[in-house]
Design a protein around this ligand. Structure first.
Ligand code: NAI
Ligand code: MG
Length: 496
């Protein structure tokens, strides 16, 4: 491993961590063909952390070549038990390095270190362990046809999989793609977000240390319209999995149609409704609903950004919700009690502020926030709009920031109709003590996940994905395996 692509940096907490900066191809950190680099920023300060090597289309070609060779010559011969052992070894190494990974995730992304360590890392490690367990349990069936015939199916890997991931949960998104892809016997070329390249490269080094053969996992830092588009259009990539904006998701699907009809899975945006009935436990509803929208600074695809509160408790809910917002700490991600850190970039900061302006212009009541927090980095105060109506932009469009739109409702029919007034269908939540109402509403909501009396619960074994324009396919759980295998039918004539 060349020392050109390893550097020590000092964290805000005074600790030193080793950072890798090269493209990870064939188990080595290497330069790009064009020798270009780009800088990644600490969103808490707006200052440069380090520069990393930038992949172009040519580097994507090289990585795909490596992944194709590894698939055909090596990985295909590694059986499920061996793949499972390698993945478990990777999970052990991530656990060993959990402090460093959490610190680097916090530095590059801005999420609180304590959250990265207690939420992102444990779930990421779980995901690798969960899919490690599947490696030797992926098999087809014998299908009875006629007495003189024998028919069976095989669940085979797809081949070389492309993955394009976003910046809001860099380590988790890496595991959601790599976990099932590797368990099913595929090789991968993964592009990280240009805003958060660092932790994936650290995990790349752990893949090598765990003993994965070269070329099985290739990780590129780079930009969407160049390296990302090259993956989406590549003739030798057999499947692409994307998480990010709906606009880019559409281009990925088009790229598949224009190239080799690679399989596509998409996990896109959301504008998830969160419905609070008068009979719910109000303090619990406030606590979970706050977490539902403000967790990860509102940068969650499943954020409960539209909160509908039944009229008889509306004022009471709002009062408590505001008090909760005033009690959480916004600030330095390396402070133990920080709940909310900075937004990821100046661009996202500006986008969110323009949504806040539109909410004010369209006549919603700005109850709290609406402005920058502090004077450095990309922090925005928790922002609460009340009396928001269905036609306002802040009720219609994904803001992806710490901004909630709250509205009143009277009846079940009315709130279900309102909940469905969106092109998205990723998640929803219902707060009520009436179990039959909870189940009836959960069943009727057109969303991939419905939370009842909670929000943001995720497990490695529970599927996640979108209805409507929130995506195609499911990640996590057994369902994810279907998207990384293809079924072959073998028909045998026993009489011949
Ligand atoms: P984005 O969709 O541009 O970025 C996500 C990933 O796609 C990154 O790796 C990026 O490099 C890549 N990408 C960008 N253009 C591409 C292209 N033409 N071909 C292939 N890959 C491409 O999202 P961005 O600009 O960072 O955020 C904009 C909005 O997208 C956010 O405000 C939010 O609404 C939504 N978003 C949703 C996410 C989710 O978890 N569903 C995650 C990130 C953003
Ligand atoms: Mg960064």
């Amino acid at each position: 491993m060349s020392s050109n692509y390893e550097e020590n940096i000092t964290l805000p907490n005074g600790k030193t961590v080793k950072v890798y900066t090269g493209l990870f191809i064939n188990n080595e950190f290497v330069d790009s063909i064009d020798r270009k680099r780009f800088e990644t920023i600490n969103p808490a300060t707006g200052k440069v952390i380090i520069s990393v090597v930038e992949a172009s289309e040519k580097d994507v070609d090289i990585a795909v070549e490596a992944a194709t060779k590894a698939f055909n010559e090596e990985w295909i011969h590694v059986n499920g038990q061996e793949r499972g052992k390698l993945m478990n070894k990777l999970a052990d190494l991530m656990e060993r390095d959990i402090d460093e990974l959490a610190a680097l995730e916090s530095l590059d992304n801005g999420k609180p270190y304590a959250v990265a360590k207690s939420v992102d890392l444990p779930l990421t490690i779980d995901v690798y362990r969960y899919f490690a367990g599947w490696c030797d349990k992926i098999h087809g069936k014998v299908i009875e046809t006629q007495n003189d015939k024998f028919c069976y199916t095989r669940h085979e890997p797809i081949g070389v999989c492309g993955a394009i991931i976003p910046w809001n949960f860099p380590l988790l998104m890496q595991s959601w793609k790599l976990g099932p892809a590797l368990a099913c016997g595929n090789t991968v070329v993964l592009k990280t977000s240009e805003l958060t390249p660092l932790t994936a490269l650290k995990v790349a080094a752990l893949f090598k240390e765990a003993g994965f053969p070269k070329g099985v996992v290739n990780i590129l830092s780079g930009f969407g319209p160049t390296a990302g588009a090259a993956i989406a259009h590549h003739m030798k990539i057999d499947k692409v999995a994307f998480t990010g904006s709906t606009a880019v998701g559409r281009t990925i699907l088009k790229a598949s149609a224009d190239s080799n009809l690679k399989k596509v899975t998409l996990e896109l945006g959301g504008k998830s409704p969160n419905i609070i009935f008068a009979d719910s436990d109000l303090d619990e509803a406030v606590k979970w609903s706050y977490h539902g929208i403000f967790f990860n600074h509102g940068q969650c695809c499943c954020a409960g950004s539209r909160v509908y509160v039944q009229d008889s408790i509306y004022d009471n809910f709002i009062e408590k919700f505001k008090a909760h917002a005033q009690s959480v700490k916004v600030g330095d991600p390396f402070h133990d009690d920080t709940y909310q850190g900075p937004q990821i970039s100046q661009r996202q900061f500006d986008r969110i502020m323009s949504y806040i302006e539109s909410g004010k212009e369209e006549g919603a009541t700005l109850l709290l926030g609406g402005k920058q927090h502090g004077d450095e980095g990309f922090f925005i105060c928790p922002t609460i709009f009340t009396d928001v109506n269905e036609n306002m932009k802040i009720m219609q469009e994904e803001i992806f920031g710490p901004v909630v739109a709250i509205a009143k409702f009277k009846t079940v029919d009315e709130v279900i109709e309102k909940a469905h007034l969106t092109t998205y269908g990723l998640a929803a939540a219902v707060f009520t003590k009436d179990i039959s109402r909870a189940i009836k509403i959960s069943n009727s909501l057109r969303a991939g996940t419905v939370w009842v009396n909670c929000y943001n619960l995720f497990n490695a074994n529970t599927p996640f994905g979108g209805y409507k324009e929130s995506g195609i396919g499911r990640e996590l759980g057994k369902y994810a395996l279907e998207l990384y295998t293809q079924v072959k039918t073998v028909q045998i004539n026993l009489e011949s």
